[in-house]
Write a protein that binds this ligand. Structure first.
Ligand code: C2E
Ligand code: CA
Ligand code: CA
Ligand code: CA
Length: 273
C-alpha cells in the first residue's frame, strides 16, 4: 500500500472491485431500507450516578439488512449522509423516538442523535416540532445529541437553528466530547445543557493518567459553565467510582444497561419506580 501511495495513483485491483461492489450493494439496500420498514430503535438507559435512577434513554438506530443481518450504525450513517438519505432517516428516528417516549411517565426523557448534516437541510426545526406535536411529547423531554463537528461549519445558520430549537424548549447535548476539535468557547456560546464525555476517555480512566486528566478537566469545565456532565461507556464499578469522585452527574454504559428494545426498557423503568 505504501508503494502505491508513493507512485501517486492506484491500480484497480480485484480487491478494489469487490469493495466497490460491496459499497454499491450497501447503497442499493440502504435506499430501500426506510420504505421496507427495516429500521428500528433500541433504547439505552441514562442513569443518575448518585441515585441510580433511570432518567431516560438514548435512541440508537438499528438496521436489519435482508440477507446480511444487523448492520451497526457506524457502518451506514456515513453512507446515508453521503447519498442524501440522512434527512428522511433522521426524520423517521425523531418521529419514532418521540412517539415511543410519549408513552413513558414524565419526566423520563429521550435523547436522539442528530447528524451535523441534518442542520444543513432546509427544515430541521420543522421536523423536530412536528415530531413532538404528533407524539404529544413536551419539548423539555427531548434532547438532541450533536457532535462537535457541527460547530466547525455554517456557524451562523447552525446557531440560528440551535437557538430556535432552544426557544422551543428542546435540550441540547454535546456528544463525543473531547474527540473533535475541542470547542470550549462554543459550548458556552451555543448554550448546551449537557456534555457527554466520549467513551474513549472513560475506557482508560482507571489505567491512563492522561484520560483521567481529561475527564478531570471536562468536569471542571462543566462546573464552571454550569453544564451537566455525562459519561458514556461506563462498563465497571471502578470507572463509576472515579466518575462519582469527579462529580459526574449522569452515566450510560453496559454497567447500567445495553441498548434494548422498547418493551424491555419499559420493564426496566417500571421495576425501578
Ligand atoms: P454514540 O452516539 O456515541 O452512541 C453510543 C454508542 O456506544 C452506541 O453504539 C452504544 O451501543 C455504545 N455503547 C454504549 N454503552 C457502551 C459501553 O459501555 N461500552 C461500549 N463498548 N459501547 C457502548 P451504536 O448503537 O453502535 O451507535 C454507534 C454510533 O452511531 C452512535 O454513537 C452515533 O454516533 C451513531 N448513531 C446511532 N443511532 C443514530 C441515529 O439515529 N442518528 C445518527 N445520526 N447517528 C446515530
Ligand atoms: Ca449519542
Ligand atoms: Ca457518544
Ligand atoms: Ca459516536
Amino acid at each position: 500500500a505504501k508503494q502505491q501511495g508513493r507512485a501517486g495513483f492506484c491500480l484497480f485491483t480485484p480487491e478494489l472491485g469487490a469493495q466497490w461492489q460491496e459499497r454499491h450493494g450497501l447503497e442499493w439496500d440502504l435506499r430501500r431500507a426506510l420504505a421496507g420498514g427495516q429500521f428500528r430503535l433500541e433504547y439505552q438507559p441514562l442513569v443518575c450516578l448518585a441515585s441510580g435512577r433511570v432518567l431516560g434513554a438514548e435512541a440508537l438506530l438499528r438496521w436489519h439488512r435482508p440477507g446480511h443481518g444487523e448492520i451497526p450504525p457506524d457502518q451506514f450513517i456515513g453512507l446515508a449522509e453521503e447519498i442524501g438519505l440522512i434527512g428522511p432517516i433522521g426524520a423517521w428516528v425523531l418521529q419514532e423516538a418521540c412517539r415511543e417516549a410519549a408513552g413513558w411517565p414524565a419526566p423520563l426523557g429521550i435523547a436522539v442523535n442528530v447528524s451535523p448534516l441534518q442542520f444543513r437541510l432546509p427544515d430541521l426545526y420543522g421536523t423536530v416540532k412536528a415530531a413532538l406535536q404528533q407524539a404529544g411529547l413536551a419539548p423539555e423531554r427531548l434532547e438532541l445529541e450533536i457532535t462537535e463537528g457541527i460547530l466547525m461549519r455554517d456557524t451562523r445558520e447552525t446557531l440560528e437553528v440551535l437557538c430556535r430549537l432552544r426557544d422551543l424548549g428542546v435540550r441540547l447535548a454535546m456528544d463525543d466530547f473531547g474527540t473533535g476539535y475541542s470547542s470550549l468557547g462554543y459550548l458556552n456560546r451555543f448554550a448546551f445543557d449537557k456534555i457527554k464525555i466520549d467513551r474513549s476517555f472513560v475506557r482508560h480512566l482507571t489505567n491512563d493518567p492522561k484520560a483521567k486528566a481529561v475527564v478531570h478537566a471536562v468536569m471542571g469545565l462543566s462546573q464552571t459553565l454550569g453544564i451537566r456532565a455525562h459519561a458514556e461507556g461506563v462498563e465497571n464499578d471502578e470507572q463509576a467510582e472515579l466518575l462519582r469522585q469527579e462529580g459526574c452527574e449522569e452515566v450510560q454504559g453496559y454497567l447500567y444497561g445495553r441498548p434494548m428494545p422498547p418493551q424491555q426498557f419499559a420493564t426496566l423503568f417500571r421495576q425501578a419506580s
